[in-house]
Design a protein around this ligand. Structure first.
Ligand code: ADP
Length: 455
């Protein structure tokens, strides 16, 4: 490799395999704000070098001497959302630098904004393409923002006596501050301020909540409710380019489902953060199934076609939700986002979008969970390909399948284990819950990419 190559910058057009993580004529330098699986992955990446120091870094490299790896110097930064919010507007990024999060990711990840954006795209779709098309948005439960939409909510509440609603703080996570109710009185208590001063005693405006129709008929396995964590990687909003990870997990509640005890969070909230405090929680058994296990179970019970339809509904949720913010998100080629979608199946196997997280937990709850997250994150780095080992035309990298690139992607690589009769024609390139032999796939992929680049 030429020592005279200008850095920073990829080795463009070199066509050589570059397995040791080298940009130009030096190694890839990374920063990481988290102390969990992602840090293990970055540290285990051949040739990648950690830039020491926590968060106190300059967002740009030394312009006078770009070869010098000073403290403020990085190529890849797994930062936290707070750091990005504080620094993004004033930072300068070089061509090759990659950073986690888009500037205004909250448009999708705050519960009230997500619904607002979805409602807007739904209306626009109905206007432009007709009511029938609008039906493809019927995957989020009726939701209102409080206090701003309180009066519309009350009208809706009165129209549907007896149903259950769920109240959720718009910007909190891990099940905090959530409660279910049937009577309007419960919400009038909230209105009086009972639930308002929770996060900051000095704040004057009431905390924003969403009130949402509770899904009263969740799909149950062994009498228990669960939701599914789905990992989605967006590498560009314009054009929209989306990858879907094959593996994930279902999180079960610890207690059998019943509508008799709506105040019991162990029954109704599937968050691990809640469930692990249940009195009879068994940390060895945990409360998770792999998505593969779930897909197999559902296929055995309902047939492959029914399950394919249900999982296709998840693809629809992913694409419609991302499209709903496509014009709003500040697109920046340096940014990428790995979302954790929470999806709940009802008893008809219809998937419902519960929420989207921009910082899905990367802390492992056990060996299996660790292996899942380790592979997920390693493959994410493989997709981003800072080492420049791929051709850029791949539809699958490890466990990630390219779902959308300015339009749907169709599968044609012959790896159709979830397709009926091994057919490949016109099948979406979407394999959630399918076999994930990522290591073998990567070996083959890199060998193929190397020979294409050589020729
Ligand atoms: P958080 O960000 O605090 O995790 P979520 O919106 O993900 O909040 O809700 C927490 C849990 O509550 C979900 O994982 C799910 O089990 C349950 N839940 C949330 N909304 C609904 C709903 N509309 N119907 C049924 N269950 C819900």
């Amino acid at each position: 490799m030429s020592k005279g190559t200008k850095v920073p910058g990829y080795m463009q057009g070199k066509g050589s395999r570059n397995p040791r993580g080298i940009i130009g004529d030096r190694e890839i330098r990374y920063k990481c704000s988290l102390q969990n699986t992602i840090l293990d992955v970055l540290r285990g990446r051949p040739g990648w070098q950690e830039v020491p120091g926590q968060n106190n870094i300059q967002p740009n490299v030394n312009q006078a001497n770009p070869k010098q790896a000073g403290d403020g110097d990085w190529d890849f930064y797994w930062c936290d959302r707070e750091w990005l919010a504080q620094n993004y507007d004033t930072m300068f990024l070089y061509e090759h630098q990659k950073i986690l999060h888009f500037r205004n990711h909250y448009e999708l990840t705050r519960k009230n904004l997500m619904v607002k954006n979805l409602k807007r795209l739904k209306k626009q779709t109905e206007r432009e393409l007709g009511k029938a098309e609008g039906q493809s948005f019927e995957f989020f439960p009726t939701t209102y923002e409080l206090p701003s939409e309180y009066h519309i909510f009350v009208e809706e509440f009165k129209k549907n006596p007896g149903i259950i609603w769920i109240m959720k703080p718009a910007a909190r996570a891990q099940g905090r501050g959530i409660f279910l109710f049937r009577r309007l009185k419960d919400i009038t208590d909230w209105k009086k301020g009972e639930y308002q001063p929770l996060s900051d005693p000095n704040r004057e405006v009431p905390e924003t909540y969403v009130v949402q129709r509770y899904i009263e008929n969740p799909y149950l396995i062994g009498g228990r409710k669960f939701d599914v964590r789905v990992y989605v990687l967006v590498v560009s909003y314009n054009p929209l380019k989306v990858w879907l990870y094959r593996s994930g997990f279902a999180r079960f509640s610890n207690t059998r489902f019943s509508l008799d005890s709506i105040e019991d969070t162990y029954v109704h909230l599937t968050n691990v953060a809640i469930q692990k405090n249940a009195p009879d929680y068994d940390p060895d058994k945990g409360c998770k199934w792999s998505t593969q296990q779930l897909r197999k179970y559902l296929s055995a019970k309902h047939g492959v076609e029914a399950v394919k339809k249900a999982f296709k509904g998840i693809d629809n949720i992913i694409i419609k939700s991302l499209q709903s913010v496509q014009k709003i998100i500040i697109n920046d080629k340096h940014c990428f986002e790995m979302y954790g979608y929470d999806v709940l199946f009802d008893s008809d196997l219809k998937p419902w979008l519960i929420e989207i997280n921009a910082s899905p937990s990367l802390t492992a709850s056990g060996k299996e969970d660790y292996d899942l997250k380790f592979g997920l994150l390693n493959d994410l780095l493989n997709v981003l390909d800072l080492e420049n080992r791929l051709t850029g035309k791949e539809k699958r990298v490890g466990g990630w399948d390219l779902l959308w690139e300015d339009g749907p992607i169709l599968a044609d690589d012959g790896n159709m284990e979830c397709a009926p009769n091994g057919t490949t024609a016109s099948i979406p390139n979407s394999f959630l819950g399918c076999h994930n032999e990522r290591k073998r796939q990567l070996r083959e992929l890199y060998t193929a990419a190397q020979s294409i680049k050589k020729s």
